[in-house]
Design a protein around this ligand. Sequence first.
Ligand code: SAH
Length: 263
Amino acid sequence: MKERPPFPARLDFSGGKPKGNRAPGHAHPAPGPTARPPVRVQSHGGGQDSNAVRMNMVRMLAGQGVGDAQVLFAMGSIERHRFVDSALVNQAYEDTSLPIGLGQTISKPGVVARMAELLRNGASGRLGRVLEIGTGCGYQAAVLSLLADEVYSIERLRGLHDKARDNLRHLRLPNLHLLFGDGMVGYARGAPYAAIIAAAGGEAVPQAWVDQLAVGGRLVAPVSAGSASARQQALLVIDKTAQGVRQTVLEAVHFVPLKSGVA
Ligand code: SAH
């Protein structure tokens, strides 16, 4: 166990390549009787087609190394095409990020699944309370709501907060709580969290997030490092234990910037 690092945590790529491996545990049992049934949504036509395309996406994710059956189940249940503009529906099940307005993007399915798998860390049951920073269009929040008891998701842009509310209405997810505000300060009222996930990357993980993480909890966030001319972002995992905080730097990623304040 490393000593508790100073916070706010900052990445240092000077030592060469980011270290860390893919999450262990590729042999989780399929969701048991406690798993929820697939989310049912009203079909606007083409529903069957989207099921087939979505299952292809799930196979692609499994092929990329996502082995957590509950994550694959959640990715197969939430209809990503309902979260993007109609002009982009054809690309909804490709492994690509897509614009959602106001200069923001919906994360690639591969990244959503990867981060969810990291958050679950091989757990057999559901996660407890989860905090998501950066609701965006609400897609990842919906995926998380199938994996956790409660999800609190914060968005700083009013337009996207409202859009997410519209996008999520049909799913009726009573354990998903959408909040409008600056996620840099977390959401103390829901703390402590079993898991915290950020969909936007800053130069450091705000101390408030670490404070609001439960002992035994895990935080996954993109963090950037490097000079202004050579900005790099990588996934950072923070595990909070009774002895302190352990950080692991994983692969390079590309997320929109974490910004403070609301707009
Ligand atoms: N998970 C989202 C991804 C959205 S992109 C989805 O599935 O669509 C990341 C989002 O983080 C953007 O909408 C951006 O506005 C938001 N964001 C950036 N900084 C933030 C902050 N401090 N608090 C809350 N949201 C923030």
